[in-house]
Write a protein that binds this ligand. Structure first.
Ligand code: SF4
Length: 327
């Protein structure tokens, strides 16, 4: 039964009771007055054939509304009963225990506290696929916007400890009309030398993962959270991530990908603004603007912990199922 039907049925019951001179329902353990029993016999078969599967917040809202209507109807006889039983507070129609006609209406289950970032299930993600449109603007406009942004990055000197040691900035590489963005942590020594992201041993492993997933490197855009190499490849500080945030957010805004794969905890925490570990974040999609975000382990971590490759492969299969390339 739709929640609106439930509301109308309840309204019908209230009107019927008022017309019958009954202005308050009995407590659950008392026998039903004839008028209520008659109404129940007429309506219960219809209600039981359309059970409300689970109470939603919307349904809960209707109950609250009914509860507000209930105090307006109360018989002198019942007022006396309540006065003699002051230890038991009067129940209203909003209290589920006082409603004699039950339909399998359950209290809503508590929402899991995990969702620090907007998340959606695999089935929701599939619905969202229809909503994704190719990026706005022409390739030339995106190329020009990214060129200007890359110039700003080159001129940036916000992170004092980094700028005095970097060889060059590492902006990003790939076509400007892509469905997939690979989002990593920060340049390493090889990237700092060449100016390209993911070209060292971790980059070679990324290439293998992409091939296994059915993606070519020239079909994806590859970029990092930080555009400069932290000294000795140390983990970027929160301040450095925030310094670089306008750059990577603008970059994604211009590219408007359908999927963003976050490689490692620095990338996932920066993009999703969460402190959850990879282990807890992986295995589902998250929303970042128009893109679906998938989180998995960084290739550098996989080189140090080969056992985790199996989980990353599971994540890639999850992605492929959503892309429709794996059944
Ligand atoms: S890491 Fe980003 S914010 Fe820091 S100096 Fe480089 S470009 Fe600027």
């Amino acid at each position: 039964m739709e929640s609106n039907d439930w509301y109308l049925a309840t309204k019908q019951l209230l009107s019927h009771l008022q017309r019958s001179g009954i202005t308050r329902l009995p407590k659950a353990h008392q026998p039903l007055p004839d008028a209520v029993a008659a109404w129940g016999q007429r309506e219960s078969s219809a209600l039981s054939t359309h059970p409300i599967p689970n109470a939603s917040l919307e349904v809960q809202g209707k109950s609250t509304l009914v509860g507000q209507l209930a105090p307006a109807i109360s018989t002198p006889q019942q007022k006396n009963t309540e006065a003699s039983n002051s230890a038991s507070p009067p129940r209203s129609l909003g209290d589920p225990s006082s409603v004699p006609v039950t339909t399998g209406h359950a209290r809503p289950a508590p929402v899991p506290a995990m969702a620090q970032v907007p998340a959606f299930s695999h089935s929701s993600a599939l619905e969202d696929t229809k909503a994704w449109a190719r990026p706005r603007g022409t390739d030339e406009e995106r190329t020009e916007s990214l060129r200007i942004l890359a110039e700003d990055v080159k001129a940036c000197r916000k992170c004092s400890e980094i700028v005095c040691r970097r060889q060059q900035t590492v902006f990003g590489i790939g076509p400007h009309n892509v469905r997939f963005v690979m989002f990593g942590e920060a340049p390493g020594a090889e990237e700092d030398r060449t100016g390209e992201p993911f070209v060292g041993p971790a980059g070679q492993l990324l290439d293998k993962i992409l091939v296994a997933t059915g993606l070519k490197r020239d079909e994806v855009y590859i970029m990092n959270t930080l555009k400069c190499r932290p000294p000795n490849n140390r983990t970027p500080t929160e301040a450095e991530v925030e310094n670089c945030r306008p750059f990577f957010e603008s970059q994604i805004e211009i590219l408007q990908p359908e999927y963003i794969i976050c490689w490692g905890s620095v990338a996932s925490r920066a993009l999703l603004k969460t402190t959850e570990s990879i282990g807890r974040l992986r295995g589902r999609f998250y929303r970042y603007k128009q893109a679906k975000v998938l989180v998995t382990y960084h290739p550098s971590y996989l080189l140090r912990n080969p056992d985790a490759k199996r989980q990353t492969w599971e994540d890639m299969k999850f992605l492929m199922r959503d892309m429709g390339t794996l059944k």
